[in-house]
Design a protein. Structure first.
Length: 125
């Protein structure tokens, strides 16, 4: 994972209370993982626009918005009142994923095969 921003960067841009009741370190970690997973180019120093975008991503992460849980989109819902019956059909190919799972996937993206397969190697140095 590339490091685009730090807590100090976000604090300089958004002020000392940018993370509210959230975890500033986790928010910055998630913002860096998100930027890395999207393949944002890294330069040394990091471009000011990328740092600014990262700061707002961290702010969003601090309120659990960057890796929020997602619910499947309902395609059709049927409810019957007498003798109670309920049926819900979701959009084709959509599965609910937790925000934590999407975060872990973005952290592991550099280790995943390009075709999106499920086999990958993780090695410790």
């Amino acid at each position: 994972m590339n490091i685009y921003i730090t807590v100090a960067d976000v604090t300089d841009i958004l002020g000392v209370s940018w993370f509210g009741d959230g975890d500033a370190d986790l928010a910055v970690l998630q913002a860096n993982a998100w930027l890395s997973a999207k393949g944002v180019a890294t330069n040394d120093p990091v471009d000011a626009d990328v740092v600014l975008a990262g700061a707002y991503l961290a702010k969003e992460a601090s309120i659990n918005g960057l890796y929020a849980d997602s619910e499947p989109t309902v395609k059709r819902k049927r409810v019957k009142a007498d003798s109670v019956e309920s049926e819900t059909e979701y959009m084709d190919g959509y599965t609910a994923r937790t925000g934590q799972l999407r975060f872990v996937h973005d952290l592991l993206r550099p280790f995943l095969p390009a075709g999106g397969g499920s086999n990958f190697d993780v090695r410790r140095a």
